[in-house]
Design a protein around this ligand. Structure first.
Ligand SMILES: [Zn+2]
Length: 118
């Protein structure tokens, strides 16, 4: 018997294990994600979004832009610090890590998502 890698939820991207029951394999980690994906496809269709189009809320767009800017500034700070003092590696890494963690913790969820091509 082989152990396969867990599937990834088509909504949130988190890995999940199949139940192993009969029927079609699940594509979402939970029912609420299946429902949100359905609603996102309906909204995408209403806006005539193509398969490569994604619609996100303004707050999400701004939040992502702010965090991306913060990460970019942190990278520039770290590069400057290391150019001056290569021994400052730990402090530079912590600065960069903090900005990266802030970006990674930011939830990124579309409002509408065009149906992918098979
Ligand atoms: Zn999910």
């Amino acid at each position: 018997m082989t152990v396969s890698a867990p599937d990834q939820c088509l909504w949130c991207g988190e890995p999940f294990a199949q139940n192993g029951g009969v029927g079609r394999p699940r594509r979402y980690c939970r029912r609420s994600h299946r429902q949100r994906a359905y609603e996102a496809r309906r909204l995408a269709a209403a806006h005539r979004l193509g398969p490569d189009d994604v619609l996100v809320a303004r707050d999400t767009w701004r939040g992502l832009g702010d965090r991306r800017y913060r990460l970019q500034a942190a990278v520039e700070d770290v590069m400057a610090d290391l150019a001056e003092d290569p021994g400052a590696l730990r402090q530079a890494f912590d600065h960069l890590l903090e900005a990266a963690e802030d970006l990674l913790a930011f939830p990124l969820e579309p409002k509408a998502l065009g149906e992918e091509r098979p």
